[in-house]
Design a protein around this ligand. Structure first.
Ligand SMILES: O=c1ccn([C@@H]2O[C@H](COP(=O)(O)OP(=O)(O)O[C@H]3O[C@H](CO)[C@@H](O)[C@H](O)[C@H]3O)[C@@H](O)[C@H]2O)c(=O)[nH]1
Ligand SMILES: O=C(O)[C@H](O)COP(=O)(O)O
Length: 249
């Protein structure tokens, strides 16, 4: 007998203090035909992100205190597994996970092209490549360059946007990458660990607009934390020296 439902993905949205954008983000994700479950992980927000996400129709789980993006991703994946255990479906395996940042607002639906290649078995992980953003960023490419050179040293591949958080991956790929690298090192490590395991990783253009980090002191502090976490993830994989020595990104 043919399966009664089509394969779909489960969306996981890590969210810290995203009350301004979470309603639009969840609404856009719930309209995706490729997705039938949207889990928002409130990572210890001090605003009403959780309530708004729930009101918009998401399944919400919350950290009592802030634990960082990678921990929110792990919690979200656990919530998807729990939901699937309570809602078994015949003939289809566990849903691939589509990780989407909370700040994409109405453009979150543009993550749809990430799902197809994973659902049909062409890729183990897809990564969104964002177009030029409508507001200017204030970075100098230091974090991006470090992450790119780390992937190059590990696997001979230099991703265009190694920090991009919008990713769709099979559950096997997710398990291969666990435990995730902490904090902002998570994307760099995911790419490296999956490539090293022989997985097929593909970058896919998506028309996404996110909240760009500007040039103020808060943004520079944020970049400092990103650099620290990417460097730690590379050091744990014995790649930091090679990434420092590597070619200019
Ligand atoms: O402690 C935190 C901090 C952030 N977030 C959420 O994580 C996502 C990404 O955070 P954001 O501040 O928008 O990150 P960016 O500065 O835009 O960082 C870029 O680089 C990061 C890696 O350094 C990636 O995780 C992002 O996807 C990518 O957009 C958002 O949904 C946040 O609400 C958490 O869940 N917990
Ligand atoms: O603004 C960004 O793109 C990120 O914070 C990374 O910063 P970077 O430009 O220093 O790599």
């Amino acid at each position: 007998m043919p399966p009664t439902a089509s394969p779909t993905v489960a969306v996981v949205v890590p969210a810290l203090d995203e009350a301004e954008r979470i309603t639009a983000t969840v609404t856009a994700l719930l309209a995706l035909p490729e997705a039938d479950l949207v889990v928002v992980v409130d990572d210890g927000s001090s605003d009403d992100t959780a309530r708004r996400a729930r009101d918009a129709g998401a399944f919400v789980v919350a950290h009592r205190r802030n634990r960082g993006k990678a921990a929110a991703m792990e919690t979200g994946a656990g919530a998807v597994a729990g939901w699937e255990a309570a809602h078994p479906r015949d003939g289809i395996g566990p849903r691939p996970l589509l990780f989407v940042d909370a700040d994409l607002a109405g453009t979150a639906g543009e993550t749809a092209p990430l799902a197809g290649p994973v659902l049909v078995g062409q890729a183990d992980m897809t990564i969104a490549v964002l177009p030029r953003q409508s507001s200017p960023g204030g970075g100098r490419g230091l974090v991006v360059g470090l992450a790119r050179r780390g992937a190059l040293a590990a696997a001979g591949w230099s991703p265009q946007q190694p920090l991009s958080g919008m990713r769709c991956l099979t559950r096997d790929a997710f398990e291969t990458a666990r435990p995730l690298a902490r904090g902002w090192g998570v994307e760099t490590a995911l790419t490296i660990d999956l490539l090293r395991a022989g997985a097929r990783v593909v970058e896919v253009p998506c028309a996404l607009q996110h909240r760009v980090s500007g040039g103020g002191w808060r943004a520079q502090l944020h970049r400092g934390a990103q650099y620290r976490d990417v460097a730690l993830a590379l050091a744990r994989r014995r790649l930091l020296a090679a990434a420092w020595r590597g070619p200019a990104a």
